[in-house]
Write a protein that binds this ligand. Structure first.
Ligand SMILES: [Zn+2]
Length: 332
């Protein structure tokens, strides 16, 4: 039912042109929290900005983790501080996921949400687009579509994207957007920081976003702005570069209203996927081992896929369902 809802949503947003909107004249982009209502749905506001003289909100459906950008004028709006908004929406899957990520914030690697529900007979695929001089590994996407075209379209994938990759790989980005436009894949865009700095020498606790001089506001917000400029819809998810963070950094990210997403199956590191796994591969050309492992995994599941016994899950649904209870379920 939910899947159908997302499909309808996708089609309707495509018709309204929202899916392809490029916000190229963004000003006053800022963190802004509150409640927004447009019958029959309540939304949590996490950002506000102007584009060509119009006032826009970045909204989260706290029940489904779906996001959207819309004009403020269409909503009843009540501004709130983040603590007040989190209290107001505390029973929703969105705030429960943030709470859980904060509880799993102490590890130096792989903090945050790292798997979906084990009852799922399939996985959520996340592929990272860290800065790279190599082209996109397009075979991942063409093979996924080939395997799933009779079973599940669009196939959901989540891509963690950096500002630098967007700037340097415009042709690959257009190619991905085209697959989405043709409903072959549906992409959940994860913020993976703008610069994704990494040092070959520094220890992990001083590396990636923990490196001295990191401007976390820039890393988070400039990536969102670059997504919007390129016509990508940001999600509520964030993936730490190198999967490296400390507790303070996790709290900085949740203070942006974002949910850190780890992995329990980094294929290139030899971690096998389980039912409900959040699988990690790199799609930026730098990790052919992981891509091969994933293609082999797909091939080994061909028969299960045909019988709909092994599927790719929408990351939003995987995280959402983990925190859904009957009392918080709303009919869409
Ligand atoms: Zn990365």
């Amino acid at each position: 039912m939910k899947r159908l809802f997302f499909l309808l949503l996708l089609i309707s947003s495509a018709i309204l042109g929202r899916a392809q909107t490029n916000y190229v004249n963004i000003t006053n982009y800022k963190v802004y929290y509150g409640w927004a209502h447009r019958s029959p749905q309540d939304w949590m506001i996490i950002r506000q900005f102007e584009n060509n003289g119009k006032n826009f909100l970045f909204l989260v459906n706290p029940q489904t983790l779906e996001t959207k950008i819309d004009e403020a004028i269409f909503y009843d709006v009540k501004p709130m501080t983040l603590p007040v908004a989190r209290t107001y929406f505390r029973t929703t899957p969105y705030i429960k996921a943030i709470d859980k990520a904060e509880k799993q914030s102490k590890n130096l690697q792989d903090a945050g949400i790292e798997s979906g529900l084990p009852k799922e007979t399939g996985i959520s695929l996340t592929a990272d687009l860290c800065p790279s001089h190599r082209p996109l590994d397009r075979v991942i996407f063409t093979d996924i579509y080939k395997e799933f075209q009779k079973v599940e379209t669009p196939v959901p994938v989540a891509l963690s994207i950096t500002g630098v990759w967007m700037r340097q790989h415009q042709a690959d980005l257009q190619w991905l957007k085209q697959l989405q436009k043709e409903h072959e894949i549906y992409i959940t865009w994860i913020n993976h920081s703008f610069n994704h700095r990494v040092s070959a020498k520094l220890p992990l606790k001083e590396n990636f976003l923990l490196e001295a001089g990191t401007d976390i506001n820039y890393e988070v917000l400039e990536t969102e702005k670059a997504m919007l400029k390129n016509g990508l819809l940001p999600s509520v998810f964030f993936r730490f570069p190198g999967l490296v963070s400390d507790q303070q950094l996790v709290y900085k990210i949740t203070d942006f209203g974002l949910i850190p997403i780890g992995t329990d199956a980094w294929l290139a590191k030899g971690q096998a996927s389980q039912p409900g796994s959040i699988v990690l591969i790199h799609a930026n050309g730098n990790e052919p081992v992981g891509v091969n492992d994933f293609i082999n995994l797909l091939k080994s599941k061909t028969q299960s896929i045909a019988k709909k016994q092994w599927l790719l899950y929408d990351l939003r649904e995987s995280v959402d369902e983990e925190f859904e209870t009957d009392s918080t379920k709303v009919k869409q």
